[in-house]
Design a protein. Structure first.
Length: 94
């Protein structure tokens, strides 16, 4: 998949349908991808997230939605607006 935010873009393999629930379309990324996507303290909100096992952690949420595109070899896929959150300790894109 490809995530676009402003002039920045990253391509990554993502875990789809991981059982993670959100009230809006959302993608969670590792902090290392956040930097490549241009996510900085100036364009994010700090929020509390509940992760696996009910543990709470602080993470970054991009203020404006980004575009997520599936990178499919056999067909085009429409872009979807998603909320992007970056969490410390996250190793996968979900």
């Amino acid at each position: 998949m490809r995530i676009k935010s402003g002039e920045h873009s990253v391509t990554a393999v993502a875990v789809a349908n991981s059982g993670f629930e959100a009230s809006e379309p959302q993608v969670v990324i590792p902090l290392e991808l956040a930097g490549k996507l241009g996510i900085t303290r100036g364009n994010t909100l700090i929020e509390e997230f509940e992760v696996a096992g009910g543990v709470k952690t602080l993470g970054y949420r991009l203020e404006k939605p980004a575009l997520l595109e599936r990178d499919l070899e056999d067909r085009e896929s429409p872009a979807v607006e998603v909320v992007v959150s970056a969490l410390p300790g996250e190793r996968e894109v979900i």
